[in-house]
Design a binder for this molecule. Structure first.
Ligand code: HEM
Ligand code: CU
Length: 639
């Protein structure tokens, strides 16, 4: 037998052993107990996409209402509910979680690992996120929809002006999603810092992982502020504390400060992962190493630091001292520098490479164009005197959609096209992909560019109708038509995925000839990802494709085990048992959800509701010795 043949047989044997150790229980039980990062992440992504669709339908509804003056298909209350549900869903239930879900799916694969550092925390995160989805959308089905916008400022949201539970529902939805987001972020940081394959020093980490490390760090610093402020709001409403009641010495501006201390970094928590997608896609499709790796990493870090120093640009209309306003103007303009630098690096990479304009790259180019426009309107509103004119007009609606859709969703769609073959084993249709890109790109610009002009003409945001004498009709018709075209493009994108899943050509492990580790395994990857952790010696380990990949042996093939390495140099440190499937994360999430929901009705829920949480967490963390194979077989677990 030739050496190559023996190697192949050994490989199959190792794979069969891993298969047994990493397999999930069949059926519903397996669905509820799985800790496979890929399964949980896929679930996360699909849920966010369903919500993207629902929130998009709400947007179309609003656009139809605004197409002509004095329409009455939607009343003021209905419109308030629509933009609140649309904005809150898009930001808290779509954009942030979808980026985290992509990280959850990709991180272990890019690291040559079998799972994340805390597999059960991933499962818990998803169930908590689902709780947040239900917290907002079940009341909507019961006609108790929050109606005060995606940032519910007091005093409007305080006990005096917002009776009933709409405001509480919104505030508690935040708590759910932030617990979920913190869980993934802690997990991502731990995984990236301590589970890199030997050889992958910090300086050899793919840009996506850098981006996720930065975004997850920002999440950990920013999200507690919003959890705190929404909890304070609930306390004001439930037990009559006076955090935001000026009569009793409270301060409504405090709400704005805490909200935007989170709110501005939030935008970057959405945008930085998108930069990570751009990095991988530009590199692969230019077929050369990315130009300016180190400056890009440094600029990611700079963005992260600056992003915490400019939240007050959302509050220029409050009437702050002039010096403060000037400082925040300067800081807001400064953040354009590191961002601009990255744009130059992407362009330089494409320039110096031999670019292949497949759909993922088209989305990236769409991103560059659109994001530059959104960045420019951002620099304009960063100037305090100008912002006083523009705030609360359609100029802001245009700006925020340019950065969120152009800056985050376009790269995300590019990322879907790029990793779809890896996740499903099928190629997407390039033709349908290109048509859907052009429809979304042109529809989006047609729909949103006129909003800048509408804003300059004085059309305020958050109005449900306007009189014919305002002269806003023509541009509103264009805006609605553009949005509708973009929606058709997005539906075509989904249709493409659906058709390709059934009839697409087989993808093979590395259809794009990409350089990073996730492309070294089969498509779709097996449950254990890698039989042996690879060893890497460059930033682009698959360029040129190695004959055989150097690997670490000694990580168990029969038990769930992962390799832990040192934070900077990625030297192997020890082998660690990786969690088995478990029902406890779901149980803990149900107990926590019950406590959260009840606590908008009575403060005692925090006392009595904590008991079931305690029980489920005890179950989760109950220590158990590693079982011998005999005992495991007796218990019916995979041995
Ligand atoms: C084609 C897709 C979309 C259309 C047609 C659309 C349309 C709209 C409309 C009509 C409003 C209300 C403006 C107002 O009356 O003030 C709005 C608000 C908003 N949208 Fe979108 N949108 C779309 C996608 C998105 C996406 C993808 C995001 C986020 C990732 C997003 C985030 C927001 C936010 C944060 C608000 C502000 C809500 C508030 O004022 O409280 N939108 N959008
Ligand atoms: Cu901001």
């Amino acid at each position: 037998m030739t050496a190559a043949k023996t190697r192949a047989i050994d490989r199959d044997k190792a794979a069969a052993r891993c298969e047994v150790a990493w397999r999930d229980a069949p059926g519903l039980w397996g669905f509820l107990t799985t800790v496979d990062h890929k399964r949980i992440a896929a679930r996360y992504v699909l849920t966010t996409l369903a919500l993207l669709f629902l929130a998009g339908m709400l947007a179309l509804d609003m656009r139809l209402q605004l197409t002509f003056p004095s329409l009455h298909r939607m009343g003021a209350q209905g419109y308030n509910e629509a933009f609140t549900l649309h904005g809150s869903t898009m930001l808290f239930l779509v954009s942030v979680p979808v980026m985290e879900a992509m990280a959850m799916w990709l991180t272990p694969l890019m690291l040559g690992q079998r799972n994340m550092a805390f597999p059960r925390l991933n499962a818990f995160s998803y169930w908590m996120y689902l709780g947040g989805v239900l917290m907002l959308w079940v009341p909507h089905a019961l006609n108790i929809t929050p109606d005060l916008g995606w940032f519910q400022y007091p005093p409007l949201s305080g006990p005096g002006y917002a009776p009933g539970h709409r405001a509480d529902i919104w505030a508690q939805m935040i708590t759910f999603t932030e617990v979920a987001a913190l869980s993934v972020s802690v997990n991502t940081v731990a995984t990236i810092l301590r589970m890199r394959p030997p050889g992958m020093t910090l300086a050899r980490m793919p840009l996506f992982l850098w981006a996720m490390l930065v975004a997850a760090g920002m999440t950990i610093l920013a999200l507690p502020a919003v959890m705190l402020v929404t909890s304070m709001l609930i306390a004001d409403r439930l037990v009559s504390t006076h955090f935001f009641d000026p009569v009793a010495g409270g301060d409504v501006v405090l709400f704005q400060h805490l909200f935007w201390f989170f709110g501005h970094p939030e935008v970057y928590i959405i945008f930085v992962p998108a930069l990570g997608f751009v990095g991988q896609i530009v590199e692969t499709f230019s077929r050369r190493r990315v130009f300016g790796y180190t400056p890009i990493v440094l600029s990611l870090l700079t963005i992260a630091i600056l992003a915490f120093g400019l939240w007050v640009h959302h509050m220029f209309a409050v009437g702050l001292p002039k010096l403060g306003a000037s400082f925040y103007t300067a800081a807001s303009m400064a953040i354009a520098l590191p961002t601009g630098l990255q744009i130059y690096c992407w362009i330089a990479t494409l320039w110096g490479g031999r670019p292949r304009f497949d759909t993922p790259l088209l989305w990236v180019i769409g991103f560059i164009v659109t994001f530059v426009i959104g960045g420019l309107s951002g620099v304009m509103t960063a100037s305090a005197p100008l912002d006083l004119q523009l705030t609360d007009t359609y100029f802001i609606v245009a700006h925020l959609h340019y950065v969120l859709i152009g800056g985050a969703l376009f790269p995300l769609f590019g990322a879907f096209c790029y990793w779809f073959p890896k996740a499903t084993g099928r190629l997407l249709s390039e033709r349908l992909g290109k048509v859907s890109f052009w429809l979304v790109f042109s529809g989006f610009n047609l729909g949103f560019f006129p909003m800048h002009i509408l804003g300059l003409m004085g059309m305020p945001r958050r109005i449900y109708t306007y009189g014919p004498q305002m002269g806003w009709q023509a541009l509103n018709i264009v805006a609605t038509a553009g949005s509708a075209i973009a929606m058709v493009g997005a539906l075509l994108f989904v249709a493409n995925a659906w058709l390709s899943l059934r009839r697409g050509a087989a993808a093979g492990p590395n259809p794009w000839g990409a350089p990073t580790l996730e492309w070294a395994v089969a498509s779709p990857p097996p449950p254990y990802n890698f039989t042996h952790p690879p060893v890497v010696d460059s930033l682009t380990p698959l360029w040129p494709p190695p004959e055989t990949m150097a690997v670490v042996t000694g990580v168990s093939l029969d038990r769930r085990e992962v390799l832990v390495t040192s934070a900077v140099d990625a030297e192997p440190v020890h082998l660690q048992a990786s969690a088995e499937p478990s029902i406890w994360p779901l149980a803990a999430a149900i107990a926590t959800s019950a406590m959260f929901v009840a606590s908008i009705f009575t403060p005692w829920a925090l006392v009595w509701g904590a008991l079931p949480v305690l029980v489920t967490l005890t179950g989760w963390f109950w220590p158990h010795r590693s079982l011998t194979p005999g005992v495991r077989r007796m218990l019916g677990r995979a041995s």
